[in-house]
Design a binder for this molecule. Structure first.
Ligand code: FMN
Length: 160
């Protein structure tokens, strides 16, 4: 059983979540960073199961995630099992942002969907973004809130 986890991460939260997820999944796991230039060379059809995830910035998931989904839509729909997840700061709008992030067909098709939490590392963002985060989301200091329980639940459901 071969599983591909394709993801994008700007400041590292999604990467950490993916590494934890990979530890908890059974079978052979290949992790693909969609921001890598060679990512498009990966043969989707070589994998039985596929998981795709990214993080939300100003309401949107990374372009590389969207592009990967659009370019491989038919192959992704044929996967034996499909999982989708996001990392985002607004845990009251996690499912809404998830639905807005992936093509409708993948949302309908995915057997497992997950919300893996968020981190704010104010050392990694510039002044404008810091001000925006403070105003829009009340973020005053760096914070780490990766939802390890959600990752374990996702892995348990995906492993079935
Ligand atoms: C500039 C900026 C904008 C963000 N915009 C949103 C947003 O619109 N909605 C949301 O839920 N989270 C938002 N977030 C929170 C990120 O999704 C969160 O920090 C996440 O952990 C980033 O994951 P990454 O490091 O893997 O990219 C924003 C974060 C930053 C720094």
């Amino acid at each position: 059983m071969r599983t591909l986890i394709a993801y994008a991460s700007k400041h590292g939260t999604t990467k950490k979540a993916v590494e934890k997820l990979a530890e908890e999944l059974t079978g052979d796991i290949v992790i693909l960073n969609l921001e890598d230039k060679s990512a498009f060379k990966t043969r989707i059809e070589d994998f039985d199961r596929i998981i795709i995830g990214g993080s939300i910035y100003i309401g949107k998931i990374q372009k590389s995630v969207r592009r990967f989904c659009d370019a491989n839509l038919e192959k992704l729909l044929k996967a034996e099992k499909l999982g989708l997840f996001i990392c985002c700061g607004d845990d009251e709008r996690d499912m809404e942002q998830m639905v807005n992030s992936f093509p409708d067909k993948l949302i309908e098709r995915a057997e497992v969907k997950g919300y893996f939490g968020y981190e704010y590392d104010l050392k990694k963002v510039g002044f404008i973004q810091r001000t925006m985060l403070k105003k829009a989301a009340g973020v005053e200091e760096s914070e780490s809130n990766i939802k390890y329980g959600n990752i374990s639940r996702f892995a348990d459901e995906f492993n079935i």
